[in-house]
Unconditional design. Structure first.
Length: 181
């Protein structure tokens, strides 16, 4: 059944939240943060076979101030954690994070003092992508799931409260990484 059959009078009713969610999901600009072998698979997701541009992501941002999605691909060392956090803080709201690979999600096989045991200790993560390394198809699936999440994100006071709670959680975690007082 086509859209014309559902709306015979030619009118389409929606809400501002639904339009804003659709626009955000359809024009994400990723700030790629490739740190290890997962970065190769992330780059492969932009090739003609997989083609990020089908989801409005043809422009990978070199500056965090123009990005709204951070894809953390690979293991995050303790020395790299403050840099990751700084880039995340420079991104404008609303912003989302994908933890790509088992190392970014949980530290992977590197259970030692030098590797952060999950990027969620540094920044809040919206979608976790398992695998070592995950295939480009898996990254595209994670992006599609994130798009669904973004389309359903509420605006206004609820989102402001959610952001405030995330910021408070971040402040509590940073001293564990040796970054705060």
């Amino acid at each position: 059944m086509g859209l014309e059959e559902k709306l015979p009078s030619g009118f389409l009713l929606t809400t501002v939240e639904q339009v804003a969610g659709w626009a955000r999901a359809s024009s994400m600009w990723p700030a790629t943060f490739g740190l290890a072998c997962c970065a190769i698979e992330m780059m492969a997701a932009g090739d003609p076979k997989h083609d990020f541009s089908r989801w409005g992501m043809e422009r990978a941002s070199a500056t965090p101030r123009q990005a709204d999605l951070m894809i953390v691909a690979g293991r995050v060392s303790q020395k790299m954690a403050p840099v990751l956090r700084q880039i995340y803080d420079q991104m404008t709201e609303p912003k989302w994070v994908i933890a790509m690979g088992v190392c970014a999600s949980s530290g992977g096989m590197f259970n030692n003092y030098a590797i952060v045991q999950g990027v969620d200790h540094v920044v809040p993560v919206d979608v976790y992508l398992p695998g070592c390394p995950p295939r480009p198809e898996m990254l595209i699936d994670a992006i599609i799931k994130l798009h669904d999440q973004v389309r359903n994100t509420k605006m206004g006071p609820q989102r402001a409260k959610q952001i405030e709670e995330l910021e408070e959680a971040k402040r509590r975690r940073l001293p564990l990484l040796g970054q705060g007082a």
